[in-house]
Design a protein around this ligand. Structure first.
Ligand code: GLU
Length: 509
């Protein structure tokens, strides 16, 4: 076992857009595989044709790509165990379903869905608990364990619909270990005879999943905890197929919880609280409804990956900011927690801010220039870089840069009335005119030179800082907010600075 090659897989069903919890499962598989010099596989589990949604597979591959999760093998890159789309592997599953019938671990069942529905209703009516197809009930139902061999053959050859069910052993303790949850034990008397294969020639999830994990030599199955109840069945399937000694190891990840901390994080929570639940925007092909995506909301992929990694895993220290490479180096299943991980949208913004601050100014400036271009504003890279340097501390997203910097490009039309009322006094116009005089003599027109000049004017004339600085900010920005005032003036340039002072004096009188 020690030197077994690590082969992990992400095995989504393309039934819709990938929830962020699904992306986290993919990420943990990827980190684990990379950390152990293993292979990360993408297998598409699309045997339930009725539930497959158009565009979902492409959505999944695009999401992984955006996150920087590289697929070594599988859809769409191919590999030694092709095909990796289960709908193209029907014949393989049929063979193993037959093997299970022959070895007595499975049987044909002919009961129609109407008959089973009726039984369910009867059980409910008679308060006999929920009906289960199992060791107790199978004896009285229509299957190859109760019908004669001839009858079964006849039904099969005449094309009567059937399913193949697993013959769950009676009263057997299945003991297994989950890498996150430890040792567990389940008695088979609580389990039913699950359908493994349907008459449409397709396997169900359970058979296809076990067969493929075996054939694709998967060493570790890391998936959501909703699959934990299926694990005893999967273990029995491995054993029944003669693969009991080559089972993968299992790790079931806990749920992502609502911001309030109770219950699974759902699509509705995103709508209710205004944050995305999906990595990329998704338009429902049936309803046309549009769901927000982290990418479109302005999250950096590396921030999104960092957010997901910290939901349920911790490095064992206080450190919170990681790049993908650093996560790969640090990741271990031993540090994945058993309890649910509460998603905090505010914290998600904080992660994006931290990753934004780590970006080189030049890269941010280029992204900022794209925002400006949309507003038909052209600036030099140098100016964009200077502005970005000044305001990046104040934003979490590239699109917020505009909110903090529009005044560099647009003269104030209005002045914050509250500030005007409090700070614009009778003598303000004359004071500002004098400041304008001082500024017009500043050469070179740089922040530090302008600051020294204005400050010495304030001192020499004993006018008080607040009486000058706040009206001056009002004149340049229109509000009392913003970064260092003299740096703003420098970036505006002397001419524009003086023009804005003049305009404010004129407008506010
Ligand atoms: N197709 C299953 C899903 O959609 C995969 C579960 C597993 O990883 O075994 O989640």
């Amino acid at each position: 076992m020690a030197n077994k090659k690590v082969r992990g897989r992400f095995a989504p069903s393309p039934t819709g857009p990938l929830h962020m919890g699904g992306v986290r499962t993919a990420l943990f598989n990827y980190l684990f595989a990379r950390k152990n010099n293993g292979i990360f596989i993408l297998r598409v589990e699309d045997t339930d044709r009725d539930r497959c949604v158009q565009g979902a597979e492409e959505y999944i591959t695009e999401s992984l790509k955006w996150c920087g999760i590289e697929i070594d093998e599988g859809v769409p890159v191919g590999g030694p165990f092709e095909p990796y789309r289960q709908s193209e592997r029907g014949e393989i599953y049929r063979e193993y379903a037959m093997q299970l019938i022959e070895s007595g671990h499975a049987y044909y069942a002919f009961d129609t869905s109407e008959e089973l529905e009726q039984l369910r209703n009867e059980y409910e009516r008679d308060k006999k608990g929920a009906f289960q197809y199992d060791a107790a009930t199978r004896k009285n139902l229509s299957n190859s364990l109760t019908l004669s061999e001839g009858e079964v053959k006849c039904r099969l050859t005449s094309g009567e619909p059937f399913v193949i069910r697993f013959k769950m052993p009676e009263n057997e303790n299945v003991v297994f270990t989950d890498k996150i949850r430890g040792k567990m034990e389940v008695n088979t008397s609580t389990l039913d005879d699950k359908v493994l294969f349907k008459s449409d020639g397709m396997p169900t999830y359970h058979l296809a999943n076990v067969v493929d994990d075996h054939l694709m030599k998967i060493s570790h199955v890391i998936r959501g905890e909703e699959w934990l109840p299926s694990l005893p069945l999967h273990i029995l399937l491995y054993r029944s197929l003669g693969w009991g000694s080559q089972m993968p190891e299992f790790a079931h990840l806990s749920l992502l919880l609502k911001p309030e901390g109770q219950g699974k994080l759902s699509k509705r929570d995103g709508e209710r609280l205004g944050f995305p639940v999906f990595p990329l925007e998704w338009k429902d092909p049936d309803t046309g409804e549009l769901y927000a995506g982290y990418r479109e909301e302005g999250f950096f992929p590396e921030a999104f990956v960092n957010i997901l990694a910290m939901l349920g895993w911790n490095p064992g220290t206080d450190r919170e900011i990681f790049s993908m490479q650093e996560l790969i180096e640090e990741f271990s299943l031993e540090r994945v927690i058993k309890s649910g991980a509460r998603f905090d949208p505010e914290k998600a913004r904080w992660y994006n801010h931290k990753h934004l601050m780590m970006k080189p100014d030049r890269e941010l400036a280029e992204l900022y220039m794209d925002v400006l271009k949309e507003k038909r504003i052209e600036v030099s890279l140098e100016k964009a870089q200077n502005i970005v340097k000044l305001i990046k501390e104040r934003v979490s997203f590239v699109h917020e840069l505009w909110v903090e910097s529009y005044f560099f490009f647009v003269r104030p039309e209005n002045y914050d009335p509250k500030v005007v009322k409090k700070k614009w006094k009778e003598d303000t116009p004359s004071l500002l005119r004098q400041v304008a005089d001082v500024l017009s003599g500043v050469e070179p027109f740089e922040a530090s030179v302008a600051e020294t000049a204005v400050k010495s004017y304030i001192e020499q004339n004993d006018v008080g800082k607040g009486r000058v600085m706040i009206p001056l900010r009002l004149a340049l920005v229109g509000e009392s907010k913003g970064p260092d005032l003299f740096t703003i003036a420098e970036l505006l340039g002397k001419q524009e600075t003086l023009a804005r002072i003049e305009e404010a004096v004129k407008k506010l009188g």
